[in-house]
Design a protein around this ligand. Structure first.
Ligand code: GMT
Length: 374
């Protein structure tokens, strides 16, 4: 099948998931056309079945706001026509679903039929989409999609609760490539972060407010008082400087390591003993799943779709949003006994297996078949 994938090409979960999906589909023999404004960060290496079409947004002095959506819709028309695409799969509703709708209408005028699937990822619904400025277009373009998917049951419910959706939404959870994430820790790397064999507590995100980065730091500050440990922070974003400042204020900067945005995440997760995810909301929490695939238990909040992967007291722990005390207590409980830690690690790996790429990607393939057959 010839499949067009539209996504944000950045380090965010929706772009990562869309890119990993495209790569997996290409490995299975499909031709995959990524259509986005820059090469997706996880799109590394060469595959004969992968094509990248850059959306160029020409500027003009009149444009205070370059019309990305128009440029995207025009590029979609061009790519669909010239590459005989069978289906478009757009990740993140804004503005991808409306651009796909526009492209579909233009192509219909030329006698070309192109169905499009919209995958909802989270903030396109819960934060940005709900805003009155965007809501009418978001509702309309979701309803015009030939199929709609959401990455968790929670996000499906949120979507129905906040928008007038007249169609069925299928839940297709995030996935992870277990074989790739089942890495042995690199000793030299582990030593560089934790020279005395301290436990490594990890957090990875785009450092937005919704991730509650100060809670990561306060929780770690409590853990380190009981368990010799280091905090490994991966990613970058608006809250990073606040986080660095807080670590200095608490006098724990030497026990923390900010490594910024990273590519080979499987190598990094492999050295983590525990993953912290104290978010205000996560539609799913792909970072937690990737951590679990490497065998790191997750201490997180009971927010959004997180309880769909974390079983309290089995593969990690769930606390209320902002409950730094509870999260540190749970982390200490896991880390203070090697046997308990091992049980949690095994359970984390076992859970990740349920979301393996081999199980989830065929669900998307079936959906493509269904929409193409009409
Ligand atoms: O978490 C982020 O801020 C990035 C965001 C995105 O839209 O790229 O991730 C969302 O999509 C991921 C993949 O489906 C989910 O695993 C994340 O939970 C979700 N983030 C939020 O809902 C905040």
């Amino acid at each position: 099948m010839n499949i067009g994938i539209v996504c944000y090409p950045t380090f965010g979960g929706s772009g990562v998931l869309a890119t990993e999906l495209g790569k997996a589909l290409a490995d299975k023999g499909h031709s995959i056309h990524f259509i986005t404004y820059q090469q997706p960060v996880r799109l590394t290496g060469f595959s004969a079945n992968i094509f990248f079409h850059e959306v160029r947004v020409p500027t003009y002095p009149l444009f205070d706001f370059p019309p990305y959506e128009t440029a995207l819709a025009s590029t979609l028309v061009d790519v669909v026509k010239n590459n005989h695409l069978d289906v478009l799969h757009v990740h993140y509703a804004i503005p991808h679903a409306s651009a796909a709708y526009m492209a579909k209408q233009i192509l219909a005028h030329e006698g070309i039929t192109i169905p499009f699937i919209t995958t909802l990822h989270g903030t396109d619904i819960t934060l940005v989409g709900k805003d009155k400025t965007y809501e009418p277009v978001v509702s309309f373009s979701i309803n015009q999609s030939d199929a709609i998917t959401a990455v968790s049951h929670n996000l499906k419910e949120e979507t129905y609760a906040n928008f007038k959706i007249e169609k069925d939404i299928s839940v297709i959870h995030n996935f992870v490539d277990i074989t790739r994430f089942n890495k042995k820790p690199l000793d030299a790397f582990k030593k560089a972060i934790a020279p005395q064999g301290e436990k490594i507590i990890m957090h990875a995100s785009n450092f937005r407010k919704i991730k509650r980065i100060p809670d990561v730091i306060y929780t770690f500050n409590k853990i380190r008082k009981e368990i010799p440990s280091k905090l490994l922070l991966v990613g970058d974003g608006p809250e990073r400087h606040v986080a660095e400042e807080l670590c200095r204020e608490l006098g724990i900067f030497d026990d923390t390591r900010f490594v910024g945005k990273q590519q080979d995440m499987e190598e990094i997760y492999a050295i983590a003993d525990l993953f912290l995810l104290p978010s205000e909301y996560e539609s799913f929490g792909l970072a937690a799943l990737e951590a679990m695939a490497t065998g790191a238990p997750v201490v997180a909040t009971r927010a959004g779709g997180i309880p769909e992967i974390i079983e309290n007291g089995i593969n990690g722990y769930l606390s209320d949003i902002g409950d730094v005390e509870g999260m540190s207590r749970n982390a200490i409980e896991i880390l203070s006994d090697e046997n308990i830690h091992e049980q949690f690690k095994n359970a984390a790996r076992k859970t990740a297996l349920k979301f393996d790429i081999e199980t989830i990607v065929p669900v998307y393939e079936n959906l493509y078949d269904k929409v193409v057959r009409g």
